[in-house]
Design a protein around this ligand. Structure first.
Ligand SMILES: [Mg+2]
Length: 237
Protein backbone atom coordinates (compact mmCIF):
# COMPACT_ATOMS: atom_id res chain seq x y z
CA UNK A 1 0.00 0.00 0.00
CA UNK A 2 1.02 3.62 -0.56
CA UNK A 3 1.84 4.50 3.03
CA UNK A 4 4.00 1.39 3.46
CA UNK A 5 5.82 2.34 0.28
CA UNK A 6 6.44 5.81 1.64
CA UNK A 7 7.97 4.40 4.82
CA UNK A 8 9.24 0.91 3.82
CA UNK A 9 11.75 0.65 6.67
CA UNK A 10 9.67 2.36 9.34
CA UNK A 11 6.44 0.45 9.89
CA UNK A 12 5.81 2.28 13.18
CA UNK A 13 5.82 5.68 11.46
CA UNK A 14 3.69 4.31 8.63
CA UNK A 15 1.14 3.07 11.17
CA UNK A 16 1.11 6.39 13.01
CA UNK A 17 0.67 8.28 9.74
CA UNK A 18 -2.16 5.98 8.65
CA UNK A 19 -3.84 6.47 12.02
CA UNK A 20 -3.52 10.23 11.74
CA UNK A 21 -5.08 10.21 8.24
CA UNK A 22 -7.94 7.96 9.34
CA UNK A 23 -8.53 10.04 12.46
CA UNK A 24 -8.77 13.27 10.51
CA UNK A 25 -10.94 11.74 7.81
CA UNK A 26 -13.26 10.52 10.57
CA UNK A 27 -13.90 14.01 11.86
CA UNK A 28 -15.88 16.31 9.60
CA UNK A 29 -15.19 19.40 11.68
CA UNK A 30 -12.31 21.80 11.11
CA UNK A 31 -12.98 24.49 13.75
CA UNK A 32 -14.18 24.32 17.33
CA UNK A 33 -15.32 27.46 19.14
CA UNK A 34 -15.04 27.16 22.91
CA UNK A 35 -16.98 29.42 25.24
CA UNK A 36 -14.86 30.62 28.19
CA UNK A 37 -16.69 31.32 31.47
CA UNK A 38 -18.51 28.37 33.04
CA UNK A 39 -17.35 26.15 30.17
CA UNK A 40 -13.56 25.83 30.42
CA UNK A 41 -13.99 25.85 34.19
CA UNK A 42 -17.08 24.57 36.00
CA UNK A 43 -19.76 26.84 37.50
CA UNK A 44 -18.82 25.40 40.90
CA UNK A 45 -15.53 27.35 40.67
CA UNK A 46 -17.59 30.43 41.58
CA UNK A 47 -15.75 32.83 39.28
CA UNK A 48 -18.69 33.71 37.06
CA UNK A 49 -20.84 34.28 40.16
CA UNK A 50 -18.17 36.66 41.50
CA UNK A 51 -18.06 38.53 38.17
CA UNK A 52 -21.82 38.99 38.28
CA UNK A 53 -21.54 40.34 41.84
CA UNK A 54 -19.04 42.93 40.60
CA UNK A 55 -21.45 43.91 37.81
CA UNK A 56 -24.03 44.61 40.52
CA UNK A 57 -21.52 46.72 42.48
CA UNK A 58 -20.53 48.65 39.34
CA UNK A 59 -24.15 49.42 38.47
CA UNK A 60 -24.88 50.51 42.05
CA UNK A 61 -21.75 52.48 42.89
CA UNK A 62 -20.60 53.82 39.52
CA UNK A 63 -23.91 54.23 37.70
CA UNK A 64 -26.32 54.97 40.55
CA UNK A 65 -28.83 52.17 40.05
CA UNK A 66 -30.93 51.38 43.17
CA UNK A 67 -29.58 48.05 44.47
CA UNK A 68 -32.99 46.41 44.66
CA UNK A 69 -33.71 47.07 40.98
CA UNK A 70 -30.43 45.74 39.61
CA UNK A 71 -31.30 41.99 39.41
CA UNK A 72 -34.49 42.75 37.45
CA UNK A 73 -32.71 45.19 35.11
CA UNK A 74 -29.87 42.72 34.48
CA UNK A 75 -32.32 39.93 33.72
CA UNK A 76 -34.15 42.21 31.29
CA UNK A 77 -30.91 43.22 29.55
CA UNK A 78 -29.71 39.61 29.39
CA UNK A 79 -32.92 38.53 27.67
CA UNK A 80 -33.30 41.57 25.44
CA UNK A 81 -29.69 42.42 24.50
CA UNK A 82 -27.69 39.25 25.18
CA UNK A 83 -25.58 40.60 28.04
CA UNK A 84 -25.78 43.15 30.84
CA UNK A 85 -23.11 45.22 29.09
CA UNK A 86 -24.97 45.41 25.77
CA UNK A 87 -28.12 46.50 27.65
CA UNK A 88 -26.22 49.18 29.54
CA UNK A 89 -24.68 50.40 26.28
CA UNK A 90 -28.09 50.61 24.60
CA UNK A 91 -29.77 52.51 27.42
CA UNK A 92 -27.11 54.44 29.37
CA UNK A 93 -23.82 56.25 29.11
CA UNK A 94 -21.15 53.71 29.97
CA UNK A 95 -17.39 53.42 29.61
CA UNK A 96 -17.12 49.89 28.23
CA UNK A 97 -13.43 49.42 29.00
CA UNK A 98 -13.88 50.67 32.55
CA UNK A 99 -16.85 48.33 33.09
CA UNK A 100 -15.02 45.27 31.74
CA UNK A 101 -11.87 46.04 33.75
CA UNK A 102 -13.88 46.49 36.97
CA UNK A 103 -16.05 43.38 36.72
CA UNK A 104 -13.11 41.14 35.86
CA UNK A 105 -10.81 42.52 38.56
CA UNK A 106 -10.67 39.32 40.62
CA UNK A 107 -7.81 37.11 41.89
CA UNK A 108 -8.29 34.25 39.44
CA UNK A 109 -5.95 31.90 41.29
CA UNK A 110 -8.46 31.88 44.14
CA UNK A 111 -11.09 30.44 41.82
CA UNK A 112 -9.41 28.44 39.06
CA UNK A 113 -7.19 25.40 39.01
CA UNK A 114 -5.83 23.79 35.83
CA UNK A 115 -7.57 20.65 34.61
CA UNK A 116 -4.95 18.37 33.00
CA UNK A 117 -7.65 16.22 31.37
CA UNK A 118 -9.21 19.20 29.65
CA UNK A 119 -5.78 20.32 28.50
CA UNK A 120 -4.90 16.95 26.97
CA UNK A 121 -8.33 16.63 25.29
CA UNK A 122 -8.07 20.04 23.60
CA UNK A 123 -4.42 19.48 22.66
CA UNK A 124 -5.31 16.19 20.97
CA UNK A 125 -8.04 17.62 18.72
CA UNK A 126 -7.16 17.79 15.01
CA UNK A 127 -9.30 20.92 14.66
CA UNK A 128 -8.45 24.61 14.88
CA UNK A 129 -9.58 25.72 18.31
CA UNK A 130 -10.76 29.23 19.15
CA UNK A 131 -12.23 30.99 22.15
CA UNK A 132 -15.58 32.66 21.44
CA UNK A 133 -16.69 34.67 24.47
CA UNK A 134 -18.97 37.54 25.48
CA UNK A 135 -16.18 38.68 27.82
CA UNK A 136 -13.18 40.71 26.68
CA UNK A 137 -9.79 39.48 25.48
CA UNK A 138 -7.91 40.59 28.60
CA UNK A 139 -10.16 38.51 30.85
CA UNK A 140 -9.97 35.57 28.46
CA UNK A 141 -6.17 35.66 28.42
CA UNK A 142 -6.01 35.81 32.24
CA UNK A 143 -8.43 32.88 32.58
CA UNK A 144 -6.57 30.79 30.00
CA UNK A 145 -3.28 31.46 31.78
CA UNK A 146 -4.77 30.51 35.18
CA UNK A 147 -6.11 27.29 33.61
CA UNK A 148 -2.81 26.53 31.82
CA UNK A 149 -4.61 26.51 28.46
CA UNK A 150 -3.21 29.73 26.98
CA UNK A 151 -1.15 28.04 24.23
CA UNK A 152 -3.96 25.89 22.85
CA UNK A 153 -6.15 28.44 21.07
CA UNK A 154 -5.49 30.06 17.74
CA UNK A 155 -7.56 33.17 18.36
CA UNK A 156 -9.80 34.76 20.95
CA UNK A 157 -13.03 36.10 19.46
CA UNK A 158 -14.12 38.48 22.22
CA UNK A 159 -17.02 40.84 22.87
CA UNK A 160 -15.19 43.71 21.15
CA UNK A 161 -14.52 41.64 18.03
CA UNK A 162 -18.24 40.91 17.64
CA UNK A 163 -19.48 44.44 18.55
CA UNK A 164 -22.17 45.65 18.42
CA UNK A 165 -23.45 42.08 18.66
CA UNK A 166 -22.87 39.29 21.17
CA UNK A 167 -23.78 35.63 21.51
CA UNK A 168 -26.49 34.43 20.86
CA UNK A 169 -27.16 36.91 18.04
CA UNK A 170 -26.81 35.27 14.60
CA UNK A 171 -24.46 38.04 13.45
CA UNK A 172 -21.98 37.08 16.17
CA UNK A 173 -21.59 33.59 14.69
CA UNK A 174 -21.07 35.05 11.21
CA UNK A 175 -18.31 37.32 12.54
CA UNK A 176 -16.68 34.52 14.55
CA UNK A 177 -16.61 32.23 11.51
CA UNK A 178 -15.21 35.00 9.33
CA UNK A 179 -12.44 35.64 11.87
CA UNK A 180 -11.76 31.90 11.91
CA UNK A 181 -11.57 31.84 8.11
CA UNK A 182 -14.51 29.43 7.93
CA UNK A 183 -17.25 29.83 5.32
CA UNK A 184 -19.01 26.51 5.94
CA UNK A 185 -20.82 26.44 9.33
CA UNK A 186 -21.32 22.67 9.10
CA UNK A 187 -17.56 22.30 9.67
CA UNK A 188 -17.74 24.32 12.89
CA UNK A 189 -18.60 23.38 16.47
CA UNK A 190 -19.78 25.65 19.31
CA UNK A 191 -19.35 24.43 22.88
CA UNK A 192 -21.17 26.59 25.44
CA UNK A 193 -22.87 26.31 28.82
CA UNK A 194 -25.88 28.48 27.90
CA UNK A 195 -28.87 26.82 26.22
CA UNK A 196 -29.87 29.75 24.08
CA UNK A 197 -26.34 30.03 22.72
CA UNK A 198 -26.20 26.40 21.64
CA UNK A 199 -29.71 26.77 20.16
CA UNK A 200 -28.59 29.83 18.20
CA UNK A 201 -25.42 28.05 17.07
CA UNK A 202 -27.50 25.17 15.70
CA UNK A 203 -29.76 27.61 13.89
CA UNK A 204 -26.68 29.23 12.36
CA UNK A 205 -25.68 25.79 11.01
CA UNK A 206 -22.93 24.94 13.49
CA UNK A 207 -22.83 21.70 15.45
CA UNK A 208 -23.70 22.71 19.01
CA UNK A 209 -22.59 21.07 22.24
CA UNK A 210 -24.05 22.09 25.57
CA UNK A 211 -21.49 21.73 28.36
CA UNK A 212 -22.75 21.30 31.90
CA UNK A 213 -21.75 19.31 34.94
CA UNK A 214 -25.08 17.51 35.03
CA UNK A 215 -27.40 16.34 32.31
CA UNK A 216 -30.08 18.78 31.23
CA UNK A 217 -32.58 18.85 28.41
CA UNK A 218 -31.70 21.21 25.62
CA UNK A 219 -32.01 21.63 21.90
CA UNK A 220 -28.23 21.35 21.47
CA UNK A 221 -26.97 18.75 19.01
CA UNK A 222 -25.04 17.05 21.81
CA UNK A 223 -24.54 17.28 25.54
CA UNK A 224 -21.18 17.08 27.30
CA UNK A 225 -20.65 16.45 30.99
CA UNK A 226 -17.20 14.80 30.79
CA UNK A 227 -14.44 16.29 28.62
CA UNK A 228 -13.16 12.76 27.95
CA UNK A 229 -16.23 12.26 25.75
CA UNK A 230 -15.58 15.23 23.45
CA UNK A 231 -13.51 13.46 20.79
CA UNK A 232 -16.00 10.60 20.57
CA UNK A 233 -18.89 13.02 20.10
CA UNK A 234 -17.06 14.86 17.32
CA UNK A 235 -15.99 11.66 15.56
CA UNK A 236 -19.47 10.16 15.57
CA UNK A 237 -21.03 13.03 13.57
MG1 LIG B 1 -20.35 30.66 29.50
Amino acid sequence: MGIARLYPSRPQIALQFAGWVLYNLRMRFTTVFFDLDDTLYPPSAGLWHAIKERMNIYMRDRMGFPAEQIPRIREKYFLQYGTTLRGLQANHEIDVEDFLAFVHDLPLKDYLIPNPILRSVIASLPTRNLIFTNADRRHAERVLTALDLNDLFETIVDVNAIAPYCKPMPESFQIAMRLAGESDPSKCVMIDDIHRTTTAASKAGLFSILYSESYSNSSADAHLTDWNDLKGILERQ
